[in-house]
Ligand binder design. Structure first.
Ligand code: RP5
Length: 163
């Protein structure tokens, strides 16, 4: 495995998914986890999808975050092509507000899992945090950074609302 490679792949079906998926990139950046963002469309670039899924582990990625909207088969197809953990982010669609994306990603048949997060930016952020938690199982310094992240988050919550 290439130890200089990025640890997390963040793939999205379209450029239009970037405003959502950027939250995953930003969150991994805060935790100093290396990642690489790519556009891989299941229906517009099927050969790229196949090459990415087949080669992801060999490229050195340890976790894949895949975001897509609408008939969002991207995360499931990637999960079919790799043994790496795949975290799916349903991107909010115009037609059905992302419910279509969510149902397309979450309801995988038994045997090929996709860890499905919330619709939109919250899902992208949490996919990054979950990816970091997975990597932290064998990375003590990342575990420390995750604990510090949580402590900062807790510290940011005021005791009382500002009236
Ligand atoms: C999916 O279709 C993408 O993931 C995106 O969320 C949605 C719309 O794509 P564009 O038409 O904006 O390229 O493939």
């Amino acid at each position: 495995m290439d130890r200089t490679a990025s640890r997390v792949a963040i793939v999205m079906g379209s450029q239009s998914d970037w405003p959502t998926m950027q939250a995953a990139v930003d969150t991994l950046g805060q935790l100093e986890v290396s990642c690489e963002a790519r556009i891989v469309s299941a229906h517009r670039t099927p050969d790229r999808l196949h090459a990415f899924g087949k080669g992801a582990a060999e490229e050195g990625f340890e976790v894949v975050i895949a975001g897509a909207g609408g008939a969002a088969h991207l995360p499931g197809m990637i999960a079919a092509l790799t043994h790496l953990p795949v975290l799916g982010v349903p991107v909010q669609s115009r037609a059905l507000s992302g419910l279509d994306s969510l149902l397309s990603i979450v309801q995988m048949p038994a045997g090929v899992p996709v860890g499905t997060l919330a619709i939109g930016e919250a899902g992208a952020t949490n996919a990054a945090l979950l990816a970091a938690s997975i990597l932290a199982l064998s990375d003590d310094s990342l575990a420390d950074r995750l604990r510090a992240f949580r402590a900062r988050q807790t510290g940011d919550v005021a005791d009382r609302p500002v009236a």
